[in-house]
Design a binder for this molecule. Structure first.
Ligand SMILES: [Zn+2]
Length: 262
């Protein structure tokens, strides 16, 4: 890839988790939180720079190279209630869309897969709140049923987690669910094949970088937005090749997995 290709044909897929103030006393994982004010400033900057924030489904023609334009994809992982409360009004203010990836076995519950490790129980949207997000013009994507490490699942478990979460959410919404996100970014070719066979259109990882147009739709990298990123850092990640360079220089290892999880 040349620098000019990277500049012209790269699309940031932003990865958020909680849009909220980090709880007091939370020592680790604070990076998973972006404050409502910071999120609003980031969306404002995108709009000001001539970008439109899009959900994964709305972005598909751009990612496939069928359309071109200044777009950025907005994704939020896990389905937290704060996404509905604090991200939805901002997205609507700017005419943006976004994809929230929901864990279908934890609807109306909390982050059971990492609450102990984080030391905080974070409320997840109820079925009615998921429908409110969708009715507000936003997309629901699937994030499995139980947030497992998918590469450690056998084929039957993979089908249950990947196809099962799709049908669970489609039942809740009465609408197709065509976008998928691998928990922890943990995937391989076998996981990708089963995801494709389940009828999804694309899937996102936690690999760092901006997505290149025409790239592998089953291995889409993202740009993590963290609590400590001030607006110039957000802009650098959004509009330049900074994240792709980081990707080339940093190996995927357990430490990175921890600091850059989904
Ligand atoms: Zn997740």
């Amino acid at each position: 890839m040349t620098a000019s290709e990277g500049q012209a044909r790269a699309c940031p897929i932003f990865m958020y988790h909680n849009i909220a103030q980090a709880p007091r006393g939370l020592r680790r994982w604070r990076s998973l939180y972006v404050s409502p004010g910071a999120f609003a400033r980031q969306m404002w900057l995108l709009k000001r720079m001539g970008y439109t924030g899009l959900s994964m489904s709305d972005a598909m023609p751009y990612l496939r190279g069928e359309r071109s334009g200044r777009i950025a994809v907005v994704t939020l992982d896990d389905g937290y209630v704060d996404n509905l409360q604090s991200a939805l009004p901002v997205l609507q203010r700017y005419g943006f869309t976004a994809t929230c990836y929901v864990v279908s076995g934890s609807i109306g519950r909390y982050n059971e897969w990492d609450a102990d490790k984080l030391g905080v129980r974070k409320p997840l949207m109820t079925a009615a709140q998921i429908r409110a997000w969708h009715a507000g013009g936003m997309e629901i994507g699937a994030h499995t049923r139980s947030h497992p490490h998918l590469t450690q699942c056998d084929d039957a478990q993979l089908k249950d987690e990947i196809a099962g979460s799709k049908s669970d959410l489609e039942d809740q919404l009465g609408a197709p669910v065509t976008q998928f996100c691998y928990p922890y970014g943990d995937m391989n070719d076998r996981v990708a094949d089963i995801t494709r066979a389940a009828g999804y259109a694309a899937a996102t990882t936690t690999q760092r970088g901006r997505a290149l147009v025409g790239t592998d739709l089953w291995h889409l990298p993202r740009v993590q937005v963290a609590r400590h990123h001030v607006l110039p850092q957000f802009a650098m990640r959004a509009f330049t090749n900074y994240e792709n360079k980081r990707h080339q220089s940093v190996r995927y290892d357990s430490e990175r997995h921890e600091s850059h999880r989904a």
